[in-house]
Structures are given as structure tokens and as C-alpha cells.
Design a protein around this ligand. Structure first.
Ligand code: CO
Length: 471
């Protein structure tokens, strides 16, 4: 039995540069907005700063015309002592479909080479076979491989299931385990049980990641930490709460003068919050931050649907002029999820289940119309679910096609050479190949933009050279 009074400072991963702005302002924080504060953030003593991966890669290319690799290098330059962390979608990397192993390996290698220390790897179906390649690659590059369990509810997800899974994760060679509660479904007393189960199943450090969506998150952290959780994910207060994480300053204060005391300087945190507050105000004024996402959404507990998925669904229904079917779709989502082997709802399974639920409701006949992704899931191309698929639905969707039972990537031919040949004309750095591999269209547009910018800069330099400087 551990000494109850022995100091065991809780470690903190700061999410303001990744999940917090992804969850609250559609991932629109720019590198320029980040850089002025990272020197101060580097002094806090965070376990790590999550600043890359997830939707940031796609969003910076698509909306901000920024090279995500360049952002990573700039952050690495600024954070001299704090570890940088990213979120990685297993075999789907940062995209929406499974990639061949050579792309996964190369992406991990380049992420670490450009500055990532900790890679949090998850699979949208919790099929651990989809994490093997990324974990091995991180081990090889001497990065920290954290395997994240996509937390979800259902008959299959017993404490024994989680405990057994923790054991398998440790056997895989992971360095730590994260409970990834993307929808804010983990309630405080269940967190106690879950952390204890994971601790029984493995000796790895346990990190907890949740969202405030359902209003219980900080209580959940408290119970998890008391149960032995080692690291929690928080966001600086201007970008905390709502669909984001609990506030860093609040959790720090909560554990002050207890064995879990972080030792962080509240004055320093206040200075950092002062920096981010105007960015929040700006986002509210421009409409980027919708006050709606800051409240408690209890529907997330009732329907077990992540907040981001709800807003996606609303915009899909709006496009189809079918907003009045909101509650029908909300009820259809758990049914589709059941047909899909009770999978977790996290990118990309959340999008696939959400879109299919919308189609099932709008067409008036379930699975009359299906997306390619629905077919692929039911054909086993995304991997295995904890429970079997609904065989009737499976038959209706894929007919007599024999579903895969092997690790899906075993059937994917190496892709890198082909991709590189396809985009060679745009390549300025090795990393461009990966950017293109993930988002061919968006990347091409970005490469063209980058090229155009260069000629712009060149002319302006030429202009300046031809002019007499005003003194
Ligand atoms: Co999250």
C-alpha cells in the first residue's frame, strides 16, 4: 500500500495549442498567435504541451494557408524544455482513411524529427492492431508512444475489457496509456473504477483526457487523480470549459497543498491567461467562438454523442434543409453505432456513423443509401470492433463480399513511392510528400499558394532594393 501522504505531484498536459482551440474555435489559432507566449509557457513546468496533430494539420493547410511542419519547427524552437505532444489517428495518421505502413512509419519518423516528443496514438474502433505500426515506429525513433483508449459506453466495455486492453497495450511496447474521453462521458465515480482497472491491468503511467461538454470533467479529474491517475489534460482558462478541457489554473489550485500539488506558479499562469484572453474576445466578436459551445450539453450524456459530431450533424441537416429531423438523427446514431459493432465515436468513425445516420433518416429507409466509408467499415477495412457487426445490415450493404478479418493494413501495398511521383513537381522538403499523402487536393492548393507567395515576396524584395529607404 502506498503512503497516502507521500507527494505525488499530478502532471499536466496543456492543450491550449491543440485540442482547446480545435474544440472551441474550429482549430483556427495561427502560429503567429501562438509564438509570442511560448517562452512563458515553457517556464510553467508542464509535463507536455499538446500542440500538433488531430485536426490542426488539416486546418492549418486548408484555412490558414500555413505549413503544419513549419509550425511544428517554430514551436520546437520556442519550447526549450517542455515536451511537445501530438495526437495521431493510428493507421489513419491525421487523415480519414487507413494508410499503408510505409506512410505511417515515415509520418512518425518525420513528426519526431521535426520536434514531437510524445505521440498519442488511438484507433477509432479500439482495434489495437491498427496501432502496432505507429507504436513500433515511435519506439524506433525514440519517441514516447502513448496509446489512447477511445472511451465509450456499452455492454462490451466492462472493467475487465479495459483491464485486459491495458495489459495488451503494455505488451505492445507502449510507454503510457491515455483514457481518451472525447465526448465527456466519463463520470467521476466511474473514473475511479476505470483508473483502478487500468492500474491493475498494467504498470504504465495513466493519463486522462476529457472534455467539459457534459459538465462533469473537473470532478472526473479529481476522482481519477485520487485513484492514481498520473497525468491530466487541461487548457488555459480563456480556452477552457464547454467543449474544451477543464481550466489549467483551476486544477492547479484544486491540488494545491495536497500530495498532488503541481507546484505551478499561479502568477505565471495568470500572465499566460492574460495573453490568451484577447484572442478569446476576438473569437467571440467574430462569431468564431459560439457561446453555445461553452454551456453544459447534457444531451451528450443521454445520446453519448461527442459535441463536435452534433455540430457537424446540424450543418449536414441544414444543407439538406432537414433541420427538423435533428432528434430523429440523434436517436438513429446509437442504432447505427450498434450495427457497427458498438464502436467508439471518434474521428473518423464519428463522421462515418453520423453521416450514415443522417442518410438513414433522410432517405426514409435504413441503409438504402450508404457511403463508401460505411461499406468499408462493414467490410472490415477499418478493423475489428469489440462486438460483431449486425450481419443483416452487413449483408444489405456489402452483399456477398467476404469481410476482412486480418489487420487491414496487411493488405495495403506500400504507397509512398507512388505518392512521391505524383507530387514531385511541388516538393520543396521531404515532409511535403506526407502532406500530399494525407490531403492531396488541399495540399496541392497549398503548394500553389506557397509558390505564389514566393514570387510575391521576391517582387517586394526587388521593389525594396530599387527604392531609396525613407528615413
Ligand atoms: Co479531445
Amino acid at each position: 500500500m502506498a503512503d497516502q501522504n507521500a507527494a505525488k505531484p499530478i502532471k499536466i498536459t496543456e492543450t491550449v495549442l491543440r485540442d482547446a482551440h480545435q474544440s472551441l474555435i474550429a482549430t483556427r489559432m495561427t502560429t503567429e498567435q501562438m509564438l509570442p507566449i511560448i517562452d512563458k509557457m515553457d517556464q510553467v513546468g508542464y509535463h507536455s504541451v499538446e500542440c500538433w496533430g488531430g485536426a490542426t494539420f488539416d486546418a492549418s493547410l486548408r484555412f490558414l494557408h500555413e505549413d503544419p511542419w513549419e509550425r511544428l519547427r517554430k514551436l520546437k524552437d520556442g519550447f526549450k524544455k517542455t515536451k511537445l505532444q501530438m495526437l495521431f489517428r493510428g493507421q489513419n495518421i491525421l487523415g480519414y482513411r487507413p494508410y499503408a505502413d510505409d506512410v505511417v512509419e515515415y509520418f512518425v519518423q518525420k513528426s519526431i524529427a521535426n520536434g514531437i516528443d510524445i505521440i498519442r496514438i488511438f484507433d477509432c474502433l479500439n482495434d489495437l492492431r491498427n496501432l502496432q505500426t505507429a507504436v513500433k515506429a515511435a519506439n524506433k525513433e525514440k519517441g514516447h508512444a502513448q496509446v489512447a483508449l477511445s472511451y465509450t459506453l456499452g455492454d462490451a466495455y466492462t472493467l475487465d475489457y479495459w483491464k485486459e486492453t491495458a495489459k495488451r497495450i503494455e505488451d505492445m511496447g507502449a510507454d503510457s496509456i491515455c483514457i481518451k474521453d472525447m465526448a465527456g462521458l466519463l463520470v467521476p465515480y466511474k473514473a475511479t473504477e476505470l483508473v483502478e482497472a487500468l492500474k491493475e491491468g498494467s504498470s504504465l503511467p495513466i493519463q486522462l483526457h476529457t472534455h467539459y461538454t457534459s459538465g462533469v470533467a473537473s470532478m472526473t479529474y479529481l476522482k481519477a487523480v485520487e485513484a492514481g491517475c498520473d497525468v491530466i489534460d487541461t487548457a488555459m482558462s480563456p480556452f477552457a470549459l464547454g467543449t474544451s478541457q477543464p481550466a489549467t489554473e483551476v486544477m492547479v489550485e484544486t491540488f494545491k497543498d495536497t500530495p498532488y500539488d503541481t507546484g505551478f506558479d499561479q502568477n505565471l499562469l495568470a500572465e499566460i491567461a492574460d495573453y490568451f484572453r484577447p484572442l478569446r474576445e476576438e473569437a467571440i466578436a467574430s462569431g468564431l467562438l459560439n457561446p453555445k459551445v461553452l454551456g453544459v450539453d447534457i444531451k451528450t450524456l443521454m445520446y453519448q454523442v461527442p459535441g463536435g459530431m452534433l455540430s457537424n450533424m446540424v450543418s449536414q441537416l441544414k444543407e439538406m434543409k432537414a433541420e427538423d429531423r435533428y432528434y430523429d438523427v440523434l436517436e438513429e446514431i446509437p442504432r447505427v453505432r450498434k450495427d457497427f459493432g458498438e464502436c467508439p465515436l471518434v474521428t473518423p468513425s464519428s463522421q462515418i456513423v453520423g453521416t450514415q445516420a443522417v442518410l438513414n433518416v433522410i432517405t426514409g429507409e435504413r441503409y438504402k443509401t450508404t457511403t463508401k466509408e460505411t461499406k468499408d467499415v462493414l467490410a472490415g477495412k477499418y478493423g475489428q470492433t469489440v462486438k460483431p457487426f449486425n450481419t443483416e445490415v452487413q449483408k444489405k450493404v456489402i452483399g456477398d463480399t467476404e469481410p476482412l478479418t486480418c489487420r487491414p493494413a496487411d493488405l495495403l501495398e506500400p504507397e509512398l513511392d507512388k505518392i512521391e511521383a505524383e507530387m514531385a513537381q511541388y516538393k520543396e522538403q521531404d515532409e511535403d510528400v506526407l502532406t500530399y499523402a494525407l490531403f492531396p487536393q488541399v495540399a496541392t492548393e497549398f503548394f500553389k499558394y506557397r509558390e505564389a507567395q514566393k514570387t510575391k515576396v521576391d517582387t517586394s524584395v526587388a521593389d525594396v532594393e530599387n527604392k531609396v529607404y525613407p528615413v
